[in-house]
Design a protein around this ligand. Structure first.
Ligand code: URA
Length: 216
């Protein structure tokens, strides 16, 4: 059983104010930056894509500003260039929603749809956002691949799918077989992980290549 996997949830996302701290932060950011979107950021890509990539949450001056996951964020530089190299994105760069970028059989979303202060969502906020993630995952066709970027995304995916955490430990490159689909883990492509060399371009790409090798 997934956590309230009601596809209508996806449609109601834009009006969500379920997390008072995040709603207040969005409002304050909108006052400071009127040109920013400052809304819950919906998934990008076709709902029936075979691959769903799950990040953490929109970045303050990136996805929160542009309204598209990883678009304008530092973390998006490595993500979109990798997707382009592997034929999953039509362009290597993603800076604006009107840039014409298309994803191929791939969808990108976040465990938490609203920008959190200091990039750190609270446990209650991850919990509140779970029905949206569950609804997105429920629309993925059977046999699909989920790529979790970081431990928080990994745990959010398991909870959204109604799975226990203990049998599925997060590790870079780990592959977990779940009912009807496969969950892959990667370190998050954040500035911190790339600048500290925890994550290289090659090791990020290698996880995607392994996941793509799963076949149709
Ligand atoms: N931008 C996103 O949309 N998600 C992340 O996890 C990081 C930056």
């Amino acid at each position: 059983m997934t956590a309230a996997a009601d596809p209508d949830r996806e449609e109601s996302l834009g009006a969500c104010r379920r997390c008072p701290r995040l709603a207040a932060f969005r409002d304050a950011t909108k006052r400071a930056h009127p040109s920013y979107a400052c809304r819950p950021v919906p998934a990008f890509g076709s709902p029936d894509a075979r691959i769903v990539i799950v990040g953490l949450a929109p970045g303050l001056h990136g996805a929160n500003a542009t309204g598209r996951p990883f678009t304008g964020d530092f973390a998006g530089i490595l993500l979109y260039s990798t997707l382009h190299r592997l034929g999953l994105a039509s362009q290597a760069r993603s800076e604006h929603v009107a840039d014409g970028l298309r994803l191929h059989d791939c969808r990108i979303t976040n465990a938490v749809k609203c920008v959190p202060p200091d990039n750190r969502p609270l446990a209650a906020e991850i919990h509140n956002c779970r029905p949206y993630l569950a609804a997105e995952l429920a629309r993925q066709p059977p046999g699909g691949v989920i790529m979790a970027l970081g431990r928080i995304a990994h745990e959010a995916v398991l909870r959204a799918l109604g799975q226990p955490l203990a049998p599925y430990r997060f590790a870079h490159g780990a592959r977990h077989v779940l009912a009807g689909r496969t969950l892959w883990d990667s370190y998050h492509c954040s500035r911190y992980n790339t600048q500290t060399r925890r994550l290289s371009e090659a090791s990020f790409r290698a996880v995607f290549e392994a996941a793509l090798g799963e076949g149709p």
